[in-house]
Design a protein around this ligand. Structure first.
Ligand code: SAM
Length: 247
C-alpha cells in the first residue's frame, strides 16, 4: 500500500544519514522537501534522483492536498526537512494528521534530531526532559512562555535562532533565575561545541560574540523543583503522622 515516510536527515554531518533513509528516498515516487534546493545537495550526495516537491509552512495546506492526492493514487511519498527530523520544529504535523485521517500508513524513518543529539552529550539529567521548541520572538511573549516552563521537572530543551540567543538568555535569567545550562552549537559539524556553565557565565561568552552558528539550549532543572520532589512515601507518612496514625 502507498505510504507516507517521515524521513530524518542529518543536522550537519552527512555521514549521519542512515542506510534506511537512503534506501527509502531511493524507492519512493515523490519526495516532499521543505527547501528543494537545499535538499538537492543532500540527494545528489547520495545519488538519489527523484521528483521533488516543496512543502513548507506557508504552502502546507495547498501542497498537503497535492501530496495526499499522490498517496491516494497509490504513490509513496517521503517527507524530509532541511535538517533533522520532520515535524520537530519543522513542517509535517498537519500532513501526518491528514494522511492518518484518510487511512494512509505513516512510517517514521528515525535519525538525527538536534535536541536529542544535544541532550545525549550535555551531562544534564536525561531521564525526564521537556522539549519546548522555539521561544516566541517578542520579549513579552517570550517571558510569559519561559515563566510557564519554570517549574517543570527535568531538563528543558529549546531551539533558538543565533541572533536571538543573547536576548533569550537574558530573559531566561530573569524568568528562571540562575541555572546550569548547556548551549550546544554546530552539532555534528566542524566547530561543534558544548558551552557549559551558569546562565550568567554563558551570557558572558555570548555577549563577547564567541558563540556563533546554530544552537540548542538545555537548562538544568531548577533547585526549587528538586526540593519539591519529596518521595511519595515520605509525603504519605507525614500526612499519616499529622493525623496521629502510623505505618
Ligand atoms: N527538525 C530539526 C531537528 O530535528 O532537530 C529542527 C529544525 S529547526 C527549524 C532548526 C533549529 O534546530 C535551529 O535553529 C537550532 O536551534 C537547531 N539545530 C538544527 N541543527 C543544529 C545543529 N547542527 N546544531 C545545533 N542546533 C541545531
Amino acid at each position: 500500500p502507498p505510504s507516507l515516510y517521515i524521513v530524518a536527515t542529518p543536522v550537519g554531518n552527512l555521514e549521519d544519514m542512515t542506510y534506511r533513509a537512503v534506501r527509502i528516498l531511493g524507492e519512493v515516487d515523490l519526495i516532499a522537501a521543505e527547501d528543494t534546493r537545499h535538499s538537492l545537495k543532500l540527494l545528489n550526495h547520495f545519488n538519489i534522483s527523484k521528483p521533488l516537491t516543496s512543502y513548507f509552512d506557508h504552502n502546507q495546506q495547498f501542497k498537503g492536498e497535492r501530496i495526499l492526492n499522490a498517496l491516494r493514487q497509490g504513490k509513496s511519498v517521503a517527507l524530509i526537512s532541511d535538517a533533522g527530523t520532520p515535524c520537530v520544529s519543522d513542517p509535517g504535523y498537519c500532513l501526518v494528521r491528514d494522511a492518518l485521517a484518510q487511512g494512509i500508513r505513516v512510517i517514521p524513518i528515525p535519525g538525527p534530531c538536534a535536541a536529542i543529539t544535544a541532550l545525549s552529550a550535555s551531562g544534564l539529567p536525561s531521564d525526564s526532559f521537556t522539549f519546548a521548541g522555539f521561544p516566541p520572538a517578542r520579549q513579552a511573549r517570550r517571558r510569559t512562555f519561559l515563566a510557564s516552563l519554570d517549574s517543570l521537572p527535568g531538563t528543558l530543551m529549546l531551539y533558538e535562532a543565533p541572533h536571538r540567543l543573547e536576548e533569550c538568555l537574558r530573559d531566561m535569567l530573569a524568568m528562571l533565575g540562575e541555572r546550569q545550562i548547556v548551549v550546544a552549537r554546530e552539532l555534528t559539524k566542524i566547530y561543534e561545541e558544548f558551552i557549559r556553565g551558569s546562565i550568567s557565565q554563558v551570557l558572558d561568552a555570548v555577549s563577547q560574540g564567541k558563540v556563533r552558528g546554530e544552537v540548542v539550549i538545555l537548562v538544568a532543572p531548577g533547585e526549587a523543583v528538586q526540593e519539591q520532589a519529596e518521595p511519595l512515601e515520605d509525603i504519605l507518612r507525614r500526612l499519616l503522622d499529622q493525623e496521629g496514625l502510623s505505618v
